[in-house]
Design a protein around this ligand. Structure first.
Ligand SMILES: Cc1cc2nc3c(=O)[nH]c(=O)nc-3n(C[C@H](O)[C@H](O)[C@H](O)COP(=O)(O)OP(=O)(O)OC[C@H]3O[C@@H](n4cnc5c(N)ncnc54)[C@H](O)[C@@H]3O)c2cc1C
Ligand SMILES: NC(=O)c1ccc[n+]([C@@H]2O[C@H](COP(=O)([O-])OP(=O)(O)OC[C@H]3O[C@@H](n4cnc5c(N)ncnc54)[C@H](OP(=O)(O)O)[C@@H]3O)[C@@H](O)[C@H]2O)c1
Length: 253
């Protein structure tokens, strides 16, 4: 493979196809220093030889014993890179960034936060799985609510890992799937409306409040845009390093 500044080559070691669009790639061979919850870039050269790169969150927590990185990706058929990533097979190469970034970090969760809300849509659950799985940073909050909003039941990925985490957190972690486009036994609707109506609090038995809550959001930018005013109405403010606050988020597009 050619050398591109800011990138290193890695090899696909495993792929999981959750649905016809949604897949996970496990790669090895990249030397990436990252914190749980961060993203890096994945890249492939296009037909003209130009490198096309996009941001993807690491799903696993940093491991001291392995260079394994896992990514959860939805292929956008019109997209430049995600269909090319979906076409990769085990043993094939791709480029991985040499740096990681992102604000969804365990260290921003204030000690006062009793309740940690992790609100995700689609592939936005990835950084929260990384955070929850980080044994060094395991959030101390009394109650942790992992909300995953998806269109279809089949989009509820990583069930085995989530069940392991629920055991590990010994009663402190609640998993709340929301399925919006087919009837299921789970909550239906959208995150902002479910917060505004009180349905999410009623379902979890936990209130969202400025005194007790810290909220992380990740995924669809419109979901984040629509949820922020609802949280502000409850008295929660955007987190800033200097002033503190209650809300951090990462938009995926
Ligand atoms: C910080 C960050 C982290 C990200 N992490 C992930 C991740 O873990 N998994 C993941 O699947 N994606 C993630 N994304 C989105 C990813 O970077 C790409 O934008 C996405 O894969 C589409 O790239 P593409 O080249 O296939 O499409 P493009 O050629 O860039 O075109 C895609 C079109 O769809 C829109 N779009 C971009 N991403 C999405 C999306 N996910 N769903 C719907 N529409 C979209 C864009 O506005 C654009 O119009 C992340 C983005 C950011 C900024
Ligand atoms: N998931 C699929 O089956 C599928 C198939 C083909 C292509 N894609 C493409 O992949 C991209 C990502 O799809 P995705 O299913 O991972 O994520 P998504 O479209 O963001 O949907 C995930 C969840 O977020 C909800 N949502 C969407 N907009 C919202 C808003 N403004 N406020 C609150 N919640 C909102 C959706 O509810 P609603 O259902 O009410 O919108 C759904 O429950 C899409 O652009 C889509 O074009 C997805």
């Amino acid at each position: 493979m050619l050398n591109y500044p800011g990138f290193q080559s890695a090899t696909v070691t495993q792929r999981t196809d959750w649905t016809s669009e949604l897949f996970s790639l496990r790669v090895s061979g990249a030397d990436l220093s990252f914190k749980a919850g961060q993203f890096t870039k994945l890249a492939l050269p296009n037909a003209e030889g130009k490198l096309v790169s996009r941001a993807y969150s690491v799903v696993n927590a940093p491991l001291s014993t392995s260079d394994m990185l896992e990514f959860l990706i939805i292929a956008n058929p019109q997209g430049q890179l995600s269909p090319q990533l979906q076409a990769l097979n085990v043993g094939q190469s791709l480029y991985v960034g040499t740096r990681a970034n992102g604000d969804l970090l365990g260290e921003v969760i204030p000690k006062r936060a009793n309740d940690l809300w992790l609100l995700s849509s689609g592939t936005g659950i990835g950084p929260f799985l990384s955070l929850l799985d980080d044994i060094h940073l395991r959030p101390r909050c009394e109650k942790i609510i992992l909300v995953h909003a998806v269109r279809h039941r089949a989009d509820l990925v990583y069930q085995y890992l989530i069940q392991q985490l629920i055991q590990l957190y010994d009663g402190r972690l609640q998993y709340v799937p929301i399925v919006s486009r087919e009837p299921t036994e789970y909550l239906s609707g959208r995150i902002p409306q479910l917060i505004a109506s009180g349905a999410l609090s009623q379902h979890t038995g936990v209130d969202l409040s400025a005194d007790e809550s810290f909220v992380m959001l990740c995924g669809n930018p419109q979901m984040i845009k629509d949820t922020l005013p609802v949280l502000k109405e409850l008295g929660l403010e955007k987190y800033r390093v200097k002033t503190g606050g209650h809300i951090v988020y990462e938009r995926y597009w």
